[in-house]
Design a binder for this molecule. Structure first.
Ligand code: ADP
Length: 562
């Protein structure tokens, strides 16, 4: 029913209380001085302690008892009408000298019940505090998981989370990344014999996870690499780990296997411990998967970057090497066609001018390759200045009118007058416009018209096919827009974007005949991006194409200059 300690030096009271409580199956112990009280309490806790206030030094004893047994109910047996105020501080209830047996039993019983309710409440509180602490640990561990893509750190966070929530003696984490590694986190130093036993056990655990399937790694206990983190290296495990309670879990996500973990603790694990352990071991799997993907992407990117660099270097070297002999061929052809080496017959002249045209074409391709490799390597030189778009259009009209005429095409410019200046590299814009007009000439049949238009527009007014919307979204403010419109063979809707891809030549009736490097439009796109502008097109098969580009008006100058 409860253990009662009665502290008094009055024999008759001791006898009276002994007889009352013994009948009711209480465990009744008595004491008459401080030493024996402390001795009794050191062996076993008393649920209720009754102090006789006539005992000399009672105040002192009560004070001590309260400090060492704060949960025991303390009752004061008193004959005084108003007991010492200081004694009241330690007292939960009172018994008077002439109290009836029933009242004495009732007082003690009420106090016992109160004590047990308080104990239950305190247990519940403790459990609640434990659960709250664990939830906090789980929350902070999962936040750490979410914030990292480093596999080593993720494993460290997992072990840290387990330590905070389960206070283990030892964890054995087998990680199977590029090579299997056993990470041991232990409180104490591990002997060589224990280490060998742990390795064998880990390998057996690992193999058991795959039953009849072949494990992803062939792991051998003897050669298994070990990383040890010991908290208190001055101490050493002195007994077999099998005296410890343990839990084991794989660290995996679907088909992806990252390793497994076994955890040991001196005291038994509860079912809450098991849930917490499984949760943390499962939670780490998803970020480990992301980290694996991230690592793969990073490696692939590095390889791609290296390939891209090699390719650019290759193109640049080859183009340079080709340019020198080509210049020599071109000069020789020029000399021969000039007649300085003697008169040519009709056939010879024909062949030489064919050779000249092809040298011209080849040097165009080489120049394009060199330009592209310079742009991609960030080595293209730009000479920005305040210029007028009319001068760029005039230049292109002048240089390509002859070619257009030769093909029986009508090349005209319809410009808006007095357009504001743009801050641009005139030569690069001439290159862009030359490419667009040359393409229009190439892909437009005889007798048709090609028009170069220019106007000013706000970025919000620009309209394009939906495949170019993302490019146009980046624009804001005022732009000078140039459009080259032809009545040629057009481009199918599905090929609109592809026309701007490197080396793209869209299959059409003329592509084989007219040839080309497939680099003009990608170069134009990059040159315009360097101007903070954009290029896009609109086209209909058999009807014609419209190629547009936009350059910001001059106030963008400060931005570009930096
Ligand atoms: P290329 O030097 O081969 O002309 P571009 O990058 O300038 O390279 O053009 C890529 C492809 O886009 C061309 O081969 C052609 O198929 C298509 N293209 C470009 N401009 C026009 C146009 N005005 N009309 C029809 N197709 C065009």
């Amino acid at each position: 029913m409860g253990r009662i300690l009665f502290v008094s030096n009055r024999i008759e009271k001791v006898q009276q209380y002994a007889s009352i409580f013994s009948q009711k199956q209480y465990e009744f112990v008595t004491s008459c001085d401080e030493n024996s009280v402390l001795e009794i309490l050191s062996v076993n806790v008393a649920d209720v302690i009754i102090f006789d206030d006539s005992l000399p030094g009672v105040k002192q004893i009560m004070k001590k008892v309260k400090s060492i047994e704060p949960t025991s109910a303390i009752i004061l047996l008193t004959s005084l009408h108003s007991p010492d105020q200081e004694l009241l501080k330690y007292t939960n209830a009172f018994l008077t000298e002439n109290m009836s047996e029933g009242l004495i039993l009732a007082t003690v019983s009420v106090n016992l019940k109160t004590k047990s309710s308080l104990e239950q409440l305190s247990d519940t509180n403790k459990n609640l505090a434990d659960s709250l602490y664990r939830l906090n640990v789980l929350y902070s561990t999962s936040s750490q998981f979410a914030g990292s893509l480093d596999k080593k750190k993720l494993i460290d966070y997992m072990i840290e989370g387990l330590d905070k929530s389960l206070s283990f003696g030892l964890t054995c984490t087998l990680c199977t990344d590029s090579e299997p590694v056993l990470i041991l986190n232990s409180l104490y130093e591990i002997s060589d014999e224990l280490l060998s036993a742990i390795k064998v056990r880990t390998v057996l655990n690992y193999k058991s996870l795959f039953e009849d399937k072949t494990p992803p790694f062939e792991i051998d206990a003897e050669s298994l690499k070990v990383v040890k983190n010991v908290k208190y290296p001055a101490n050493r495990f002195t007994f077999s780990l099998f005296q410890y309670d343990n839990m084991f879990a794989p660290i995996s996500l679907g088909e992806n296997f990252f390793g497994c973990i076994e955890i040991f603790k001196e005291t038994p694990f509860t079912s809450d411990d098991a849930t917490c352990f499984q949760t943390i071991a499962q939670q780490v799997s998803l970020p480990l998967k992301s980290a694996t993907l991230y690592q793969e992407i990073k490696e692939t990117n590095l390889k791609l970057e290296k390939l891209e660099r090699l390719k650019s270097e290759f193109i640049s070297i080859v183009s340079h090497e080709l340019r020198t002999p080509l210049t020599a061929i071109k000069n020789s052809l020029d000399i021969m066609t000039s007649g300085k080496c003697g008169e040519l017959n009709e056939a010879g002249g024909k062949f030489l001018s064919m050779a000249q045209r092809n040298v011209q074409r080849l040097s165009g391709i080489i120049n394009d390759l060199l330009d592209l490799s310079k742009i991609e390597a960030g080595k293209m030189d730009y000479h920005f200045a305040n210029i007028n778009i009319h001068s760029v259009i005039d230049y292109v009209m002048l240089s390509l009118s002859g070619l257009a005429k030769e093909k029986g095409l009508n090349l005209i410019a319809e410009e808006t007058l007095d357009l504001p200046e743009i801050f641009a590299d005139a030569q690069r814009l001439e290159q862009v416009l030359t490419n667009l007009v040359s393409n229009a000439i190439k892909f437009t049949p005889e007798g048709k018209t090609i028009i170069i238009r220019s106007h000013i527009a706000d970025a919000t007014q620009l309209v394009s096919h939906e495949c170019f919307r993302e490019d146009l979204k980046k624009l804001s403010g005022q732009y000078i827009v140039v459009c080259v419109e032809d009545q040629g063979i057009g481009i199918a809707e599905k090929d609109l974007m592809r026309a701007f891809d490197k080396f793209a030549q869209i299959e059409n009736s003329l592509s084989r005949k007219v040839g080309g490097s497939g680099l003009g439009l990608p170069i134009a796109k990059q040159l315009l991006e360097a101007h903070n502008g954009a290029i896009w097109c609109d086209s209909e098969l058999e009807k014609g194409s419209k190629f547009y580009f936009a350059i910001p008006v001059a106030e963008a100058k400060v931005l570009l200059a930096h």
